[in-house]
Ligand binder design. Structure first.
Ligand code: ATP
Ligand code: MG
Length: 555
């Protein structure tokens, strides 16, 4: 699908603006795991580069803030990008690889009289910055000589000063209407160990300075970023212009992805993880790539979704149901069908021989005979879903009830003759009879059986745990909080339901982590590859069969 960025690139190719090259990059800061918002940026950058013969997309870790970064995040980001199916080939870079060059460029700026060491405190900086209506005030250190600035900058790096004692600022214009141009900081002192450069550096470059120069060093042609950087573009261009760099990448902004009923911010997701409000970054309820992978969502679903929502310059909030329908569209044609009873109720068929087993059969996919069939063993005792029985049903209830008949899918019609309860009055077993002349979807006398339910033979059932997930938050926009509330106040307390005594059809003995399954009438499921054991499989519900939230809203 075309979009305004593809249009710009097509024009640039026509005019040979970047020598016919398209080189993009995905530049994550390794301070958390990737989420589906990042997937939008990943798809955009990698897909665009793939469309052009000479195109490549770099993976660059923007690791300039040693305080928040961890190797764990770097590893997870690489894994997630690969899992989505994208390949940065030999183009793996770190902003920290450029620390030496960046330091030299900063020195160059000082020599050009375009940067100075400033001793104002953070508070004084803020106070003299001005506002959107009022210009800022020049720092008293603004007119230091080039020589003095060179000396001081060297001493900053040598460790002669404490953190916060001074910073290096670009000398632009304290009355610029764009606040980003009011002598922004370009280097600050941080006396901490960096995961890659250790204790080599006492000064670390700021984002705006680092980003444009890293893009330039790598020969990036189109630097795609989210809209919040639009006001930073003049600064991006200023550094490259002042330094007369050999090339000048073009920054193009697009709207971030926002989805309702979740949060897409590493900081907020980290808070959920750190406060144990979820079970880690890969909790299947998380909008993180790792959470989605564990839940059973496929890269295809995510990429289709990113393609479908498109790329624009206008902020919007995408419906979670749009994403969910992409998942269904992806899984419907390929998921293997089977029976699973999540909340079992025992049914004994009194007129069926005690030790007999019949091998019934059902299609692996109702519309795709080429996907073959599965054997479904049937015997005297079966499980059905508790809510497929009602002792006192309303008129239009076509499932099982005392004296009523229902069809066991791909099997016989049974009739409920007796309801057995425990001391608390709960139904614990149904005594039924079966009609031997009802196989193949027919009845001998032509009577209509309206209800068809799924079931599992007790003797052949596989014990399993099944986890049902719902939306993580119960309001559409949890970050728009009312006064006195925090986004975590809107967490959905019912986002996880663990069912630990589920009964699965025997064919699921061969379930594997690559496949997806449709438990008939229930939804799409995948094996949890973290907690499944030999003794007990754990299945995650990837998505429901239908949009149950839409139904709730309209009822
Ligand atoms: P967060 O707010 O979650 O920390 P970020 O923008 O700080 O996100 P980065 O690691 O800096 O995270 O992002 C890497 C790239 O991914 C950037 O180019 C950024 O614009 C892009 N990106 C991040 N979040 C989104 C989103 N929700 N939609 C589209 N692109 C995004
Ligand atoms: Mg960031």
């Amino acid at each position: 699908m075309t979009n305004f960025i593809r249009t710009i690139i097509a024009e640039d190719l026509k005019s040979n603006k970047h020598n016919g090259n398209v080189i993009t990059r995905f530049p994550p800061e390794p301070n958390g795991y990737l989420h589906i918002g990042h997937a939008k940026a990943i798809c955009l950058n990698f897909e665009i580069s793939k469309e052009n013969e000479l195109g490549v997309c770099h993976l660059r870790f923007d690791d300039t803030n040693p305080l928040k970064e961890e190797v764990e995040y770097i590893d997870s980001i690489k894994e997630d990008v690969k899992w989505l199916g994208y390949d940065w080939k030999e183009h793996l870079y770190f902003s920290s690889d450029y620390f030496e060059q960046l330091f030299n460029y900063a020195t160059e700026l000082i020599k050009l009289g375009k940067a100075y060491v400033c001793n104002l405190s953070a508070e004084e900086m803020r106070d003299t910055r001005g506002t959107l209506k009022e210009p800022g005030k020049n720092s008293p250190y603004r007119d230091r000589s080039i020589q003095e600035n060179l000396e001081l900058f060297k001493r900053m790096q040598a460790g002669d000063f404490e953190e916060g004692e001074c910073i290096l600022r670009a000398k632009i214009d304290m009355s610029a209407p764009n606040l980003n141009m009011r002598d922004p900081a370009i280097y600050r002192i941080r006396k901490v160990e960096h995961p890659k450069t250790g204790n080599k550096w006492c000064v670390y470059p700021m984002y705006d300075f680092t980003h444009c120069l890293s893009d330039m060093i790598e020969g990036i042609t189109h630097s795609l970023c989210s809209l919040e950087f639009e006001d930073h573009r003049p600064l991006y261009d200023w550094f490259l212009d002042e330094l007369k760099t050999p090339c000048h990448p073009q920054q193009i902004e697009f709207a971030r992805l926002n989805i309702n009923y979740t949060v897409l911010s590493k900081r907020k997701l980290l808070e959920l993880v750190n406060n144990s409000l979820v079970d880690g970054w890969d909790d299947p309820r998380m909008p993180s790539i790792s959470g989605m992978r564990r839940r059973g969502i496929t890269p295809t679903s995510i990429i289709d979704f990113c393609e479908k929502i498109g790329v624009t310059k206008k902020d919007s909030l995408i419906d979670m149901s749009t994403f969910e329908s992409c998942i269904r569209e992806d899984l419907e044609p390929s998921a293997l069908r089977s029976f699973a009873v999540l909340r079992p109720l025992k049914v004994v068929i009194d007129n069926y021989p005690d030790d007999k087993v019949e091998e019934l059969s059902g299609p692996n996919h109702p519309k795709k005979p080429e996907m073959g069939r599965r054997t479904i063993p049937f015997s005297k005792k079966v499980y059905i879903e508790q809510d497929d029985f009602m002792e006192d049903p309303p008129k239009k209830y076509f499932r099982l009830a005392p004296g009523k008949e229902v069809r066991l899918r791909y099997g016989y019609v049974i009739k409920c003759n007796e309801v057995i309860k425990n001391d608390q009055g709960e139904v614990i077993e149904l005594r039924c009879s079966y009609d031997p002349q009802t196989l193949g979807g027919k009845t001998a006398d032509g009577r209509k059986i309206k209800g068809i339910i799924h079931w599992v033979s007790k003797k052949h059932a596989i014990d399993a745990e099944v986890r049902l997930y719902d939306r993580l938050f119960n309001v559409p926009n949890p970050t728009k909080t009312e006064a006195g509330k925090h986004f975590t106040d809107y967490l959905n307390p019912d986002s996880l339901e663990t069912l630990s005594s589920c009964k699965l059809e025997a064919s699921l003995q061969n379930a594997n982590i690559e496949s997806r399954y449709q438990f008939e009438r229930l939804g799409y499921f995948a094996l949890d590859f973290v907690e499944t054991t030999k003794e007990k499989p754990v299945f995650n519900r990837v998505v429901t069969l239908r949009d149950s939230w839409a139904k709730m809203k309209s009822s």
